[in-house]
Design a protein around this ligand. Structure first.
Ligand code: MN
Ligand code: MN
Length: 296
């Protein structure tokens, strides 16, 4: 298996991320601001003694993934919104990544939300060492299609390693010709997305989420100082514009300049190609001798 101490850190991160996810879902409602939920969930993780593996993502309706409010955001949830809350916590770099979907005060998309949840549960039930990644994709896709929806073909689950959110292995949501199999001791996030639209996502617009890439290529002193601070605070993990207001003046524009300098990467929002409504569920699992343990 894995080192006992590492295992305990994964389990602890998982428990904290799951609690924060449930707490956030419970508080999302019509008239509640995105900012309030994001900050409340992030505080919950830190108060529990873990750190943030990435900003709380609040992706609404046709936005499948990658959105967090900016520090001065004025967005509020509305009745009928389909909200994906995606949460990441880590303990000493050992990450838990988990997501759930809630529809705000209506039930027009219950079947869609059930489809991604059921696909996730089916995979978790039968995962074990030796299972082909392509087979996982087939289970996800069969489950979602049997409910009349489309899996999102260009979003996938992933392996996790210490301080690395996407560690190389992709867990597809559609049948795939890969011959890769799961191995005992691997930590992976399984995350089916179901859509009423195109079943693929396109990049559009600013997410307010960034990741450090390298020191800036030109010698502008201010940009270099900011890059150093970002590297020190967030290392290689994704961070939010909101988290930089204390040390980057005119934060949105400052970060935009650093993207242009090649020093940080700005994640785009990922939107269903036909603007369909999207649901997502995600758990982090540890592959065990004869199955898996869900940490989240
Ligand atoms: Mn996630
Ligand atoms: Mn993930």
């Amino acid at each position: 298996m894995m080192d006992e101490e590492i295992y305990r850190k994964y389990v602890r991160a998982g428990r904290i991320a799951a609690d924060a996810r449930n707490y956030g879902i419970k508080h999302i409602g019509a008239g509640v601001s995105y900012l309030e939920i994001a900050e409340m969930v992030e505080k919950r993780i830190k108060d529990a003694g873990a750190e943030l593996a990435f900003p709380v993502n609040l992706s609404v309706n046709e936005v499948a993934a990658h959105f967090t409010p900016a520090h001065n955001d004025k967005l509020f949830f509305k009745k009928g919104d389909v909200v994906k809350l995606d949460v990441g916590a880590h303990v000493d770099g050992y990450i838990a990544d988990t997501a759930a979907t809630v529809e705000v005060e209506s039930e027009n998309y219950s079947a869609l939300i059930d489809a991604s949840r059921e696909a996730l549960m089916k995979v978790v039930d039968i995962v074990k060492p030796g299972m082909g990644l392509g087979e996982i994709g087939r289970i996800v896709s069969d489950t979602i299609e049997s409910k009349g929806f489309k899996p999102i073909e260009n979003l996938s689950g992933h392996s996790l390693q210490r301080y690395i959110l996407h560690a190389g292995l992709s867990i597809p949501n559609v049948p795939d010709s890969t011959h890769e199999v799961l191995r005992k001791g691997q930590v992976v996030a399984i995350e089916p997305f179901a859509s009423t639209g195109a079943g693929h996502v396109v990049s559009r617009g600013v997410s307010n989420i960034y990741r450090y890439v390298r020191m800036p290529l030109f010698r502008d002193v201010k940009t270099r100082v900011m890059a150093k601070k970002i590297k020190m605070r967030f290392n290689t993990l994704p961070f939010a514009e909101r988290w930089c207001t204390s040390f980057i003046p005119d934060t949105k524009n400052g970060l935009r300049r650093m993207v242009v300098a090649g020093s940080i990467y700005g994640y785009p929002q990922l939107i269903d190609g036909a603007k369909g409504i999207v649901s997502q569920h995600e758990h982090t699992i540890i592959v065990t001798e004869d199955g898996c343990e869900v940490t989240t």
